[in-house]
Design a protein around this ligand. Structure first.
Ligand code: SF4
Length: 398
């Protein structure tokens, strides 16, 4: 297994927990299954220039794009609306215009594959202790200065070694590893939309859950298609200020808020993460406005995770978020009325635990990714019988 695939990528700026996973937690394939960087295409030619001259085995025509005059195309997957002439490559680096058609080059060629605990996503209200088959192809539609996974998110598919794993094989490997769900994660899953949705549709037929771990920067139509096969999501709400979104992430706030509204109306369980980047996002007034927007538009039940920032990528000189700041933001959000507020990248803190919003008793204790205490019966608090929001297993299966 090559250097990149051996790394444990983290989920969308989340989960920097130092807790090592056991050897069994790695996807148990050997290096020979990975395809070498600079791989040849199906006709035996090597990519040259920005766009390939011919398609490779891991190409797939886009599902959401428009054809324009002079063989130009416009991608409809995300609000970047890339307008590409023949030979051009997209902002997310994984799509090209080849002779007037839009192709994704990230189909069946994940660069990172692991079996993770669902808590790592982080998803705290979705079938605790579930094993999740996690895949990522390269690409991202953002340019976050603090990207945790820039080695795979900010490169082209042909720049890294990857696996040869088409949707039926992903489903088969999910079953073989005893995983209950597939997570589309690590880089930005929206940019490998075709690979993700084809896999998710097959998985749904086999009773496997689908989890989207994402920045939420997607247009309504592809998101609605995705909602038909999504069981859960963790969406990174990077800040609550459009100017900061533009400066820190290279995106915009409003489309992400629209994603939350769509997931809410479509009945998809989701959790929100907010990485407290010092000097950018650790503003209490902004957090208050964010909580008020959540309460007005989504209600109090969706879990909110405040994550601790650690220096990374282009923000490698910033100090980590002080623990006192994290505790203050958690208290603020709880006081505003959000029922389930967590702290991430901060193991062994009480902010990792779940407390019933009604009787306040401890429901789930988390020590890293381990759960030593579980006080729920089905979807209810064991003590006061209140229904806890989320997706829970049948009690008998635990
Ligand atoms: S998914 Fe990629 S190609 Fe499509 S609009 Fe977004 S950045 Fe551009």
């Amino acid at each position: 297994m090559d250097k990149i695939n051996r790394r444990q990528f983290i989920c969308c700026s989340a989960a920097l927990l130092a807790t090592p996973l056991s050897a069994q937690a790695f996807w148990p394939f050997s290096g020979k299954d990975a395809v070498a960087s600079g791989a040849t295409d199906i006709r035996g030619e090597i990519f040259k220039g920005d766009a390939p001259k011919t398609l490779w085995k891991w190409s797939h025509e886009g599902y959401h794009y428009g054809k324009l005059e002079r063989k130009r195309v416009m991608c409809g997957i995300c609000p970047n609306h890339c307008l590409l002439s023949p030979g051009d490559r997209s902002v997310c680096r994984s799509r090209v215009n080849l002779d007037g058609k839009l192709y994704s080059l990230a189909y069946g060629d994940p660069c990172s594959v692991n079996v993770d605990p669902v808590e790592k996503k982080p998803l705290y209200h979705f079938k605790p202790r579930a094993k999740v088959f996690s895949i990522a192809a390269t690409g991202c539609n953002f340019r976050c200065l603090n990207c945790q996974n820039w080695e795979i998110s900010q490169v082209r598919p042909e720049d890294v070694r990857h696996y040869d794993l088409f949707p039926p094989q992903v489903v088969a490997e999910t079953q073989r590893t005893g995983s209950e769900a597939i997570a589309y994660t690590y880089s930005e899953a929206i940019t490998f939309f075709e690979y993700m949705i084809d896999t998710a549709r097959l998985a749904r037929k086999q009773g496997i859950d689908n989890l989207l771990i994402s920045n939420g920067y997607i247009n309504r139509k592809p998101l609605l298609d995705l909602c038909e096969v999504l069981d859960g999501a963790n969406i990174n709400l990077k800040s609550f200020d459009d100017a900061i979104y533009r400066k820190l992430n290279g995106g915009r706030l409003e489309p992400v808020l629209n994603t939350f509204k769509t997931l809410h109306t479509q009945g998809v369980h989701f959790e929100m993460t907010n990485l407290l980047v010092p000097g950018y996002v650790d503003d209490e007034d902004m957090a208050k406005r964010m909580c008020q927007w959540i309460l007005e538009n989504l209600g109090p039940n969706y879990p909110l995770h405040f994550l601790r920032f650690f220096p990374k990528y282009k923000l490698n000189r910033l100090a980590p978020t002080p623990i006192s700041t994290l505790a203050r933001f958690r208290e603020l959000a709880i006081n505003e009325g959000i029922r389930y507020v967590y702290l991430g990248n901060l193991p062994m803190h009480e902010g990792n635990n779940t407390y019933c919003h009604n009787c306040k008793k401890l429901l789930i204790e988390r020590q890293g990714y381990f759960i030593p205490v579980f006080n729920m019966i089905g979807n209810r608090c064991k003590f006061c019988k209140t229904v806890i929001p989320g997706v829970w297993r049948d009690e008998k299966k635990l």
